[in-house]
Design a protein around this ligand. Structure first.
Ligand code: PLP
Length: 319
């Protein structure tokens, strides 16, 4: 690989691993796209770079400006890395009950942390960031839930990479947070390979799987509505927190992929899709491993008894 001039030049072009040993259906292959290989460790590197580039190009983001963003994890970390390389001051509104690793990573990258009430979760962080940005109109608020650069980054990079590496793809499965991944990749796949089916993975309403949201909980991201929402999707697969943890552990135990918990949810979704495909019918499912496990170690999710981890899910934001 060539020498690059900035760590941000390493964002994207992530590898795909065949994990078909986890497939419950012998005629269905399953592939994991490893977004944890991005330099700040998650799929959010792509959208953070795209949002900063777009704000610079539009003239909204200029040297010396302050940025604010609500994030319980990956987007904040990715923005912190990019702001470090470009000299911007970043304020991250962070629920106070996120894992210690995430706070420390943000601090290492020089971001300022504004705590929001833990009980209000990521929606509380969004509300506080909206309020602060309204009070400080000179701050730049990129707002990943409504920023066009978010799905566009996946439309222009993640989608084409998947088709280049797995041209035989028949199904795409990803978790739904802002919906940027599903809307961007889904739109690209619908245009280039119209037979590919797109599935969102969501937790049941009222239950928590880190990084993901249930649209039935009331908040529908503007990105989802603007990019066609349910028209892009062929269906949803509901995955419960315990299943996410079980599959996260199977990923590391059976394939050596040390992934975050939403990746276990996505793998659980891929397995559910695989099971429904008639036996003997060949299929190729690609799912997204959003990040690595490193930021979640202090939760005990990988080592403590599973029922204890599940019972703690309401106290800690795992993502
Ligand atoms: C760990 C993790 N998994 C899944 C997602 C969902 O991705 P998206 O926001 O593109 O829907 C996110 C982001 O919200 C995430 O950080």
């Amino acid at each position: 690989m060539a020498v690059v001039s900035s760590v941000t030049d390493l964002i994207g072009s992530t590898p795909i691993v065949d994990v078909s040993q986890l497939s419950p259906n012998p005629s269905v292959k399953i592939y994991a796209k490893l977004e944890g290989q991005n330099p700040a460790g998650s799929v959010k590197d792509r959208i953070a770079l795209a949002m900063v580039n777009a704000a610079e190009a539009s003239g909204e983001l200029t040297p010396g400006k302050v940025l604010i963003e609500p994030s319980s994890g990956n987007t904040g970390i990715a923005l912190a890395m990019i702001c470090r390389t470009r000299g911007y001051h970043l304020k991250i509104v962070l629920p106070e009950n996120v894992t210690v690793e995430r706070r420390q990573v943000l601090e290492a990258f020089g971001a300022e942390i504004i705590p929001s009430p833990g009980a209000e979760g990521s929606n509380g962080a969004v509300r506080l960031a909206q309020q602060l940005s309204a009070e400080n109109p000179d701050w730049v608020f990129l707002y990943q839930y409504g920023n066009e650069a978010n799905p566009t980054a996946h439309y222009t990079t993640t989608g084409p990479e998947i088709v280049a590496d797995v041209p035989e793809i028949t199904h795409f499965v990803a978790g739904l947070g802002t919906s940027g991944t599903l809307m961007g990749v889904g739109t690209f796949l619908n245009e280039t390979l119209p037979d590919v089916k797109i599935y969102a993975v969501e937790p049941p309403s009222g239950e928590r799987v880190e990084g993901l949201r249930s649209l039935d909980d009331g908040y529908v991201p503007p990105v989802f509505e603007k990019w066609g929402g349910m028209e892009i999707l062929d269906g949803k697969r509901i995955v419960r927190p315990a299943e996410s943890l079980e599959w996260t552990r199977r990923l590391v135990a059976e394939t050596g992929i040390f992934a975050g918990i939403s990746s276990g949810a996505a793998m659980a979704g891929a397995a559910k899709v695989a099971k429904k495909i008639p036996e003997g019918q060949e299929a190729h499912i690609v799912f997204v491993v959003c990040d690595g496990a490193w930021k979640y170690l202090s939760t005990g999710a990988y080592t403590d008894p599973l029922d204890e981890v599940v019972s703690r899910l309401d106290e800690v934001i795992y993502f």
